[in-house]
Design a protein around this ligand. Sequence first.
Ligand SMILES: NC(=O)c1ccc[n+]([C@@H]2O[C@H](COP(=O)([O-])OP(=O)(O)OC[C@H]3O[C@@H](n4cnc5c(N)ncnc54)[C@H](O)[C@@H]3O)[C@@H](O)[C@H]2O)c1
Length: 333
Amino acid sequence: MTIRIGVIGTGVMGAGHASMLASQIAGCEVVAVADADEARAKVVAGKVGAARVFSDGKALIGDTGVDAVVVASPDPTHHPLVMECLRQVKPVLCEKPLGTNSTECREIVETEMRSGRRLVQVGFMRRFDPGYEAVKAALTEERHGLPLFLHCIHRNAVAASYTTSEAIILNTAVHEIDAARFLLGEEFVSATVRGTRATRSAPSRTPQFLLLETASGVLVDIEAFVDAQYGYDVRAELVCEKGAMSLAQTHAVRTWSSGTVGNSLYADWMGRFDDAYRRELQAWVQSIRSWKAVGASAWDGYVSTRTAELCLEAYRSRQTVTIDIEERPAFYA
Ligand SMILES: NC(=O)c1ccc[n+]([C@@H]2O[C@H](COP(=O)([O-])OP(=O)(O)OC[C@H]3O[C@@H](n4cnc5c(N)ncnc54)[C@H](O)[C@@H]3O)[C@@H](O)[C@H]2O)c1
């Protein structure tokens, strides 16, 4: 059975997903695309061979020729579009974050549980990155003993001018929050957050530093710096009782010149996580065919947004904030 997919949002992420689904992912075809900017949607439709173009995401979801949906439109559209997918009982891969706040995410969780079927996957693609998977496997087998520290770095070259210090926590650091939860397999219990001084290239926002503690006492620090200028740079190092593991940096090219040797950096996430996106999309399509959910669930989407919200509270208050996540429902076991 070929899964007929509709993609909503044809900007950077949506165009990338549509192209990958159409050319590299087995068992599916892209039959429809939607974008508020219909002209942009038409260009992407032409490239991926999608016959139908919509300017309204809900109309795409309602199309009887669409079996499953990718939501890659801006964050505020995620909740209404995912809710519509649940109403129409259509599997949906929603880009992160699942909602703009935890109330929206919780409503999605409750609605999905009432539907009795796992239909929502959240686009936390790090879970499909071979490096993160290898660290997770080593941790699960306790190859280096118990974890003590997880150091996470998330640097972008540049960010949109409207990006705020708050958005750096809710939209950027949320990736690291989910990755840490995925690796460590437990929730956070407290957060302290500080911004350093603003940089001269982005005076309206401050790079963020988050210090979180997990239920078992692992300390996780996250640097979220979206104006680093020099390139896209994501790192993680896990320190355990008798060993440490760090993500190997993937590089397209190594250069020897002018007395130095260096590795080129990816400009952004599309190159760095190309493999993770491909594996995420293939696993999602396979999960629809097998009815066996994979990747980050709606619950993971809720918890990561709730955790990020409390980090925001810690940033604003300059106090250490308690994180009290409810028990994971059996539905998401
Ligand atoms: N997983 C990741 O690594 C990752 C990376 C970047 C962005 N994202 C997420 O992906 C989403 C899209 O980000 P992007 O960088 O592609 O943004 P973008 O601005 O490049 O593209 C968004 C597209 O959505 C369209 N759009 C706006 N409102 C719409 C609506 N109501 N209905 C349909 N289309 C609408 C816009 O016209 C635009 O074409 C965001 O939620 C973002 O947080 C995820």
